[in-house]
Design a protein around this ligand. Sequence first.
Ligand code: DC
Length: 234
Amino acid sequence: MKIPDIIIAVDGYSSTGKSTFAKRIASEFSFLYLDSGALYRAVTLYAIEHGIISPSGEIDRQALGRALPGLDIHFEAKEDGSRTYIGGKCVEKEIRTLAVSEKVSPIATVPEVRSFVDERLREFGKKKRVVMDGRDIGTTVFPEAELKIFMVADTAVRARRRADEMIRRGENVNLEEVMKNIKERDFIDSHREVSPLKKAEDAVVLDNSAMTIDEQMVWLRHLISEKFSVKETD
Ligand code: DC
């Protein structure tokens, strides 16, 4: 299927399968995939390692403000997706731990952090043929994106998915803790003052609670063919 050079914004709650879906879109249609949450996670990892956020979650806003301008956080594109770096160090594994997940939503409420991330994300949008997942891609980062998808799924399904992902990475998992973390992040992400998580008016909702990834791709091809008048068989 040939689709035009567009930006695809995939937003939604945590663990709704945004990255699996966005990665699959990237590989099927030769798009560049970018995980905006990875940048928030990298800032959070840096803040934890430098004592900018305390174990109880207090953020030293001044220290964070001083650190951001000199912070080298970037993506490096690889054939199977991009990797997140802080300076010369790949932190892809470290940013996915529960320790980072527990602190990332409060860090992502800080306006200076959001501008820092947005600036880096918008650089990639110039290229077009980009699929980016996050919370505010269709509302704030790329309000002009030609295709916006808003993903939702049952909380229990999401907790199971997140737990399976952690088990695959060899982490110890307590399903109740994972569920608690998901609920807390839903609340913080959708209630923060700057760019809260919400569906863009022109976004299409995808509830994938009971859908396989192949079924989601069938849904997407159908949507694209209608919206951009391209044939699914081309
Ligand atoms: O997608 P994720 O779970 O890796 O995202 C981690 C956190 O980053 C999420 O809890 C909220 C924040 N985030 C955000 O505020 N805006 C985005 N565009 C992406 C992520």
